[in-house]
Design a protein around this ligand. Structure first.
Ligand code: IFM
Length: 469
């Protein structure tokens, strides 16, 4: 039986500003926390930075042509906050807004639906210097910025996402420090999580009051499929604790307007959560039009008394844990093959996460806003880039998405991470997630086999077999 997706299913690819744009000092853009972090020796592999990235800032029109050639109907991109509102306060810079207006116009002219994310981790450095996400003011600054972008692009963009993966911003940025701004303070990480939630709610209000009624407002989370190593009470408790810190700390306030009681109890030795003010949860629970889900790999945990501890939670190497008050939890490699990131390949996690959110938020459409895999791709003698492993990864995960739809989940679309190879955060350019290969010396773009495969899927809505290459 062919695996067919609904005719209205949205097929897209995704990128993020700092990972692709370059043009770091052009058009009035000021540094973001990622500029500062990547220029700090030892923070990013090979000393790589996003100064040039894949030069999308100058190659925008050609990149849109390339997308059109692949025939994929939607493109998820993010706006660089310091490009449109340098320093994160005050008036917008027209040149910055014009860049995104040009991008959106180019996309619309090619029949590609623009899907805009306001924040994919590039906080203006000046706001970090004033305290960053652990401080409440940053949430208000984010709402101001949301209004600026909505005023400028609301007439032509219908799909809006406030934050991408707030878990990473809070816990990798302020907890383990493997992401910018590189702070390692568990209390700051929890405060950041709350102010990201609040920033989302305030920005959602700003978007709603600025955008036309047809606009859709969303947020993209990276829910973890957390599995206990055994069914022992201690391992199940480790699973509960990490589920609270990875998932419920965002999903509960967003969807139910509460923080989980067990999370507050688990972290009580660090903070009394008095940074949550009386109306905050009502603001955070602003109605969503859809929920974005980014899924890559499951997480396996046990109680730390387990003797087979692997110090690898898929989130980079640091002496500091990203998980506040979870010292008694160990992380394990999930079984099976891995991608170049070392992440286990397990599409059942995709199905699990989709079913979980469709039960938790009945009636709320879901969108896969990221899924994909890094492999050590290289051009072969025929000049093409063959990436059968990526096609197999995508095939498995898309079959799981299809199964979730069959099982009742209202999944409306899928965005492949990523359109093209790019700056993979603290791994620099060493990890390639793209459907399009980038030669970083020449900036030549070469669609990989997976790009053609995905293009066929987007055209037909039928999951193609993975060709033997
Ligand atoms: O590259 C990142 C992206 O920026 C956010 N989600 C995960 C991807 C792969 O690590």
């Amino acid at each position: 039986m062919p695996v067919s997706f609904p005719p209205t299913f949205l097929w897209g690819t995704a990128t993020a500003s700092y990972q692709i744009e370059g043009g770091a000092q052009e058009g009035g853009r000021t540094p973001s926390i990622w500029d500062t972090f990547s220029h700090t020796p030892g923070k990013v592999e090979g000393g790589h930075t996003g100064d040039v990235a894949v030069d999308h800032f100058h190659r925008r029109a050609a990149d849109v042509e390339m997308m059109a050639g692949l025939g994929v109907g939607a493109y998820r991109f993010s706006v660089s906050w310091p490009r449109v509102q340098p320093t994160g306060r005050g008036p917008a810079v027209q040149q910055g807004l014009d860049f995104y207006r040009g991008l959106v116009d180019d996309l619309l002219a090619k029949g590609i639906k623009p899907v805009l994310t306001l924040y994919h981790w590039d906080l203006p450095q000046e706001l970090e210097s004033a305290g960053g996400w652990p401080e409440r003011d940053t949430a208000h600054r984010f709402a101001d910025y949301a209004r600026i972008v909505a005023d400028a692009l609301g007439d032509r963009v219908d799909m809006w996402t406030t934050l991408n993966e707030p878990w990473c911003s809070a816990f990798l940025g302020y907890g383990s420090g493997v992401h910018a701004p590189g702070r390692t303070d568990p209390v700051a990480a929890l405060r950041a999580a709350h102010h990201l939630n609040l920033g989302h709610g305030l920005a959602a209000q700003a978007l709603r009051s600025t955008l036309p009624a047809r606009a859709q407002v969303s947020i993209s989370l990276n829910p973890a499929a957390v599995r206990a190593k055994t069914q022992s009470p201690a391992d199940l408790d480790a699973q509960r604790r990490i589920d609270a810190l990875a998932n419920r700390i965002f999903a509960d306030p967003l969807l139910n307007g509460t923080y989980p009681q067990d999370l507050l109890a688990d972290t009580a030795r660090l903070t009394d959560w008095s940074f949550v003010e009386s109306n905050d949860l009502a603001i955070i629970k602003h109605p969503l039009d859809s929920l974005g889900i980014n899924y890559y790999s499951p997480t396996v945990v046990s109680s730390a008394t387990d003797s087979h501890v692997v110090r690898n939670d898929n989130h980079g190497v640091s002496d500091h844990s990203p998980w506040p008050a979870a010292d008694a939890v160990s992380f394990h490699q999930a079984p099976g093959d891995r991608t170049e990131m070392g992440w286990a390949i397990d599409p059942t996690g995709m199905h699990e996460v989709l079913m979980h959110y469709s039960r938790m938020a009945p009636g709320l459409p879901l969108m896969i806003t990221e899924n994909g895999a890094a492999y050590d791709d290289k051009p072969s003698a025929d000049g093409r880039v063959h990436d059968p492993e990526r096609m197999r990864y995508l095939h498995g995960h898309l079959a799981a998405v299809h199964q979730a739809i069959e099982d009742g989940a209202d999944v409306r679309g899928y965005f492949l991470w990523s359109l093209m190879d790019n700056f993979e955060w603290s791994y620099g350019y060493t990890k390639r997630f793209g459907a399009v290969y980038i030669d970083y010396e020449t900036q030549t773009r070469t669609p990989k086999s997976s790009a053609y495969w995905y293009s066929e899927l987007a055209r037909t809505g039928v999951l193609p077999d993975v060709p033997v290459e």
